[in-house]
Design a binder for this molecule. Structure first.
Ligand code: 13P
Length: 287
């Protein structure tokens, strides 16, 4: 069932668990995540970056594929199709294409401009029954060529954006995309606590879910995080399983080169990663 992310995240915040956003890249990724969500009876958010959208030939292709797959696979758990780190233009395209949720990443604009653009997009999203995520304080690391330093958001700025009627707020708390460096200082729970004090019931979003230790994930959830984004970890699991298959020479045995066989270990590895995260985030049986 394709739905906006609002209800599932309000429920998660109230129930002290988090819904995973898993980024998709192609048909295998989408199928693996949808099937796992159904098997775990968990709500799920499919994240699509602008780069991945382009790779899959456009947001319309993505929206139509996801809707058809939900239908053909009889997926009954709540699924949101969400633009990840969207530009203003990207948000407009996803509204048009039939996504159920968008993220407007205005964190690189001065706060007044972020407020103005977010305000406009909140209205458009809600007029189309879509949920909307906004961001304050850029997330570190690099994703799709967008590089952020990993700063901590200003809680007062978070409050001014949260008051615009958004449905979820991404706030930098020292988290970064991709693998964490050995000298990473960890999440700033002081910042997270201050943000949650000022933003109340607003579901908070933790980007850069790959590689955050389990105890930090649990603490973040206890301080109001209700959505956790995971991208790199599925890519690493997929690559690792695929490499093992090829290194074992399995593609050279019989019809092992058939893409349905060649991609199968990677597909199963994504499923296992998604299942593990759903268990950690506490979203199993919360559909
Ligand atoms: P990772 O790639 O570090 O898991 O981050 C994903 C993310 O935050 C997508 O917005």
């Amino acid at each position: 069932m394709l739905v906006s992310a609002k209800e599932m995240l309000d429920k998660a915040k109230a129930g002290h668990y988090a819904v995973g956003q898993f980024n998709i890249n192609n048909l295998e990724w989408t199928k693996a995540i949808l099937l796992t969500a159904q098997e775990q009876n968990s709500p799920v958010i499919l994240g699509v970056s602008e780069g991945a959208g382009k790779y899959m030939t456009g947001f319309k292709t993505v929206a139509d594929m996801v809707k058809a797959m939900i239908d053909e696979l009889n997926i009954t758990v709540p699924v949101a199709l969400h633009l990840d780190h969207g530009s203003y233009d990207g948000c407009m395209k996803c509204i048009e294409a039939g996504f159920s949720s968008i993220m407007f990443d205005g964190s690189h604009y001065p706060i007044d401009e972020n407020v103005a653009k977010t305000t406009e997009l909140v209205k458009l999203a809600h007029d189309n029954n879509m949920s909307i995520e906004a961001e304050v304080g850029s997330i570190g690391g690099e994703e799709d060529g967008v590089v952020g330093k990993g700063e901590c958001a200003d809680p007062q700025e978070c409050k001014s954006i949260a008051d615009l009627g958004i449905d979820m707020l991404a706030a930098g708390i020292g988290n970064i995309h991709g693998k964490y460096p050995a000298n990473w200082e960890g999440l700033s729970f002081e910042t997270l606590d201050a943000i949650q004090q000022l933003t109340g019931e607003m579901p908070l979003v933790l980007h850069g879910g790959t590689g955050i230790p389990e105890d930090m994930i649990k603490k973040a959830i206890s301080l109001g995080v209700a959505k956790i984004n995971v991208n790199t970890e599925c890519q690493l699991s997929f690559a690792d399983a695929t490499r093992k298959y090829i290194e074992a020479g399995k593609d050279l045995e019989g019809k092992g080169f058939d893409p349905r066989k060649l991609l199968s270990p990677g597909f199963e590895a994504i499923k296992a990663t998604v299942k593990e995260k759903m268990e950690l985030f506490g979203s199993v049986n919360k559909a």
